[in-house]
Design a protein around this ligand. Structure first.
Ligand code: ADP
Ligand code: MG
Length: 861
């Protein structure tokens, strides 16, 4: 495994290193040596490459050397962050005894392993997003957020696996060795564990022990949850290895049942731009950005989770909508609630950090301040008008634990503004702990004596420039310039000679110094104990804090949804188990915000049993894609329990939502990969049910026109005849409009344009009927094709439409045609090409591209 230089024998240090390293395969070992973390051999090469460090070497006895690279301990956090961000796992190996006291080699131990899925450093985490460490094996998923202690279990079918995994947005996936798993988001790390670790029986024992239960029935875990349980077992074993301090904040598992949430696969999530924009870095492009007016980090995380996991059960959805409605109607009450929430910090992560023994005094202070806001929030909730109409609000008010005891204790113990680091001192309020106060008195007495010493000594010696100072090496001293050397009293002992002065100490000064410095050390260690006791106090109440944080997160999300509903003029959707989807005056929640108010043209959309397929035609830029996506977004919003951007909306819940965009429109992958487009389409045909909603945007355009139309035709037929789901198919192939002659439940619609002379105006209005033409030449004109080319294109089009053979028609020549030699003498190759062109199947964009290519060729000759 590890290389050795032939003939070399390791030094004791390298032996120790190798012993430890052997236990951490696939992990970079940060090996503490004094003020550095050193990496050796392969780790050194990798670390040097990833971090841009110099690769050096270290003597390993005799003539042998080992590669070495190191980072200073002081700067280690930043290097660690970079390694972990690149998907690496790093084990931190510390010196666990004082080198001065060690006999022989210092003992070293790995104290923590940091991986992408188990980051605890607050600054590396995105506040408004969970960082789930996810295990998957044998059809079970377990997801743990190490920062909050949240544990989610889910059993999935192979078809749903990808969508379910996508929902957790995991940066690290734990799988049984050698197991296959679906492709992960870019840059995610895969961690392999032994297959036996996924055993449900082991996990059952583990969880009953962890939560001190007789059986798991109380957690709602049943026999069929075995695979998820097994995944949880492997996950917890792994997480405890990473954090040897354990997981004191682990919450009871939440079970996600099949059919609870609407599966959204990766492509649908991306195409609808739910949480990330299609164009990296685009601002204000996502639904989340429009919706997120939450005020607390846990509210932000919950909103994101809800958006990625809309519900399916109309009762559950309406319960959420009831809560939002109360908050919409009582604007004042909502304002009060939001004011109270505004001061609440990240209760969940703060409590988690406290339980893990990591919270700084300042973080404990933030926890205290947050807890002290709870009565205000509860008061605002209690005062909401019409609260009784929302069972969820009632339940929240009833169950909300104000954590008064914990808040009081933190308030009594901590100063108003605790320091950022324990080492900065003075975290504990005077009067809280007698012993601490006494130690501080002793120290301060000494300090005062030293401060007054300068005056007394000046008087005694008559040296006006005498100074009392402090430095780390010599401690307190009295400094006298050389000029006054003769006046030094006999009890001064010389300690240090500078160029212009001498430094002295006196026995009395040393005595007070011992008092001050000794007290300083004891104060620090005692204060550390007190702070630790506070952390343990929080750990003891962790379940209650988590429960309250979860309730606040919900309140925050409902209030945020209500706020958006009012500001953006959304309405409450009528959500039911019906088939019908009816949106009146619907808008695209994101696109409408990019235009002046009233600039966006609302549209009515109806999909029902009689007409469940809409063939949406219209020229490029008409607004097909926008309409298609806004339907998807409205359904998704409704099913997550939010108001929707419509004048009125009736939403029959769907069990799946698929959104696919034809290859050349797909900005995500950059390239037109027709194969991918087709395999995605095929996944829909297999996965969709009669209750699904399928949104297809220009599917089939990744290939030639004939193929494209043929495939689009066959796919639509299948969705209509076999699947029977609600579908919107946007296409610029107006040939597809004929489909409605054959398919009883399909309807033609088009996004209207108006011709004014030879100009076109986009009306962005949905109208019944198919688009009759493609307007490719109009679009070419808009795109800036030179006037003679456009004029000629019109002529050619007329000839073609009249069924003439273009090349033999000597139509009036454009003035410069002869000069170009375009139509003179033998048929120009371009003319032959033009002749062969089938305008009936040519898309506007193809026409445009071809025109551009021809023009270029003409220019080149
Ligand atoms: P298509 O898919 O038909 O080519 P898009 O949906 O991409 O067209 O829309 C093109 C542009 O038209 C959008 O960027 C948007 O600015 C505008 N647009 C679309 N729908 C509307 C509408 N209903 N009201 C106002 N502008 C719209
Ligand atoms: Mg489009």
């Amino acid at each position: 495994m590890t290389e050795r230089v032939v003939g070399g024998t390791d030094t004791p240090l390298m032996q120790q290193y190798r012993e430890i390293k052997a236990r951490y395969p696939n992990t970079i070992l940060f090996f503490r040596m004094g003020d550095f973390y050193e990496m050796f051999e392969d780790d050194a090469r990798l670390g040097a490459r990833e971090l841009g460090l110099t690769l050096t070497s270290r003597n390993n006895g005799g003539a042998t050397e080992v590669p070495l690279a190191g980072v200073p301990v002081k700067a280690a956090t930043e290097y660690l962050r970079r390694l972990v961000a690149k998907g690496h796992r790093v084990a931190i190996c510390e010196q666990v005894e004082d080198p001065k006291l060690a006999k022989g080699l210092v003992r070293r131990e790995v104290v923590e392993t940091i991986t992408p899925g188990s980051v605890l450093t607050d600054e590396w985490l995105v506040q408004s997003r969970n960082n789930y460490l996810v295990a998957f094996g044998n059809g079970g998923i377990a997801a743990l957020d190490v920062t909050t202690g949240e544990l989610v279990l889910e059993v999935v079918t192979p078809e749903e696996l990808e969508a379910s995994l996508a929902r957790y947005e995991a940066l690290e996936l734990v799988v049984p060795t050698g197991a296959t798993h679906p492709p992960l988001a870019r840059g995610a790390t895969v961690t392999e564990r032994e297959a036996w670790e996924f055993d449900p029986e082991l996990a059952r024992e583990d969880l009953t022990r962890t939560f001190g239960l007789a059986s798991l029935d109380g957690l709602g875990i049943a026999a069929e949850d075995g695979p998820a349980l097994g995944a949880a077992g492997a996950l917890l074993r792994y997480a405890r290895e990473l954090k040897p301090g354990g997981l004191p904040h682990l919450a009871r598992p939440i079970l996600v049942r099949r059919g609870d949430v609407l599966p959204l696969d990766e492509m649908t999530r991306r195409n609808l731009e739910l949480v990330e924009p299609l164009r990296a870095g685009a601002q204000g492009a996502t639904l989340l950005e429009v919706l997120d007016r939450t005020l607390t980090p846990m509210g932000g995380r919950l909103l994101r989770r809800w958006m990625l996991a809309p519900l399916v059960d109309p009762t559950a959805i309406n319960a959420r909508l009831d809560a939002v409605e109360v908050l919409v109607r009582d604007g004042r009450g909502r304002e009060r609630l939001r004011e109270a929430l505004d001061g609440v910090r990240d209760l969940e992560r703060l409590a988690g950090r406290a339980a893990l023994g990591r919270a700084t005094p300042r973080e404990l202070g933030a926890l205290r301040d947050s807890i002290l806001r709870l009565p205000d929030a509860a008061g605002a909730l209690g005062g909401l008008e019409g609260r009784e109409r929302a069972a969820l609000l009632e339940a929240t008010a009833e169950r909300c634990d104000l954590l008064t005891d914990l808040g009081d204790e933190l308030a009594r113990a901590l100063v108003d503004r605790p320091p950022a680091q324990l080492a900065d001192g003075d975290a504990i309020r005077p009067g809280f702990d007698r012993q601490l106060d006494e130690l501080k008195d002793a120290r301060d007495g000494g300090k005062q004596y030293i401060a007054s010493l300068q005056a007394t000594e000046r008087q005694r010696t008559g040296i006006a420039s005498l100074k009392v100072g402090f430095n780390r090496v010599f401690g307190y001293y009295i400094e006298v310039t050389h000029a006054h050397r003769e006046r030094i009293p006999a009890d001064y002992e010389r300690r240090q000679t500078l160029t212009g002065a001498e430094r002295y100490v006196t026995p009395q000064l040393k005595e007070y110094e011992a008092k001050v410095l000794g007290a300083e050390e004891r104060i620090a260690s005692h204060e550390a104990e007190l702070v630790d006791a506070l952390r343990r106090r929080v750990a003891g109440a962790i379940g209650r804090v988590q429960a309250t944080a979860a309730l606040l997160a919900q309140l925050d999300v409902w209030a945020s949804l209500a706020e958006v509903a009012e500001r953006e003029r959304y309405v409450r959707p009528e959500v039911s188990a019906d088939v019908t989807l009816q949106l009146e005056g619907s808008r695209h929640p994101v696109v409408e915000r990019m235009m002046p108010r009233e600039g966006f043209i609302p549209n009515d959309v109806l999909l029902d049993a009689a007409g469940r397929i809409i063939l949406l035609t219209g020229p490029n830029m008409a607004g097909k894609s926008t309409l298609l996506r806004q339907v998807g977004l409205c359904v998704l919003l409704a099913q997550m329990g939010a108001y929707v951007p419509c004048r009125r909306a009736a939403v029959g819940v769907v069990d799946r939502l698929f959104t696919r965009v034809g290859a050349s429109d797909n900005l995500v992958r950059g390239q037109s990969t027709f194969m991918v487009e087709m395999s995605e389409t095929s996944a829909i045909l297999h996965g969709a049910t009669a209750r699904s909603l399928v949104l297809l945007d220009e599917i089939g355009r990744g290939t030639s026109t004939y193929d494209g139309v043929a495939i689009a035709w066959a796919v639509t037929e299948c969705l209509h005849n076999t699947v029977g789901c609600k579908t919107i198919f946007a296409t610029h192939y107006h040939e597809l409009t004929q489909l409605t002659e054959e398919l009883a439940h399909a309807r033609n619609f088009n996004v209207a344009v108006r011709e004014v002379g030879d100009e076109i105006v986009f009306l962005h209005r949905l109208e019944p009927g198919g688009a009759d033409r493609s307007y490719g030449i109009h679009v070419g004109r808009l795109a800036g094709l030179p006037a003679p080319v456009v004029a000629r294109a019109w002529e050619v089009l007329k000839l073609l439409e009249a069924g003439h053979h273009v090349a033999q028609q000597s139509a009036p020549r454009p003035p410069d045609a002869a000069q170009l030699g375009l139509f003179a003498g033998a048929p120009h190759p371009l003319l032959t090409e033009l002749d062969r062109l089938d305008l009936d199947t040519l898309s506007p964009i193809d026409a445009l591209n071809r025109l551009a290519a021809w023009k270029k060729r003409l220019e080149d000759t």
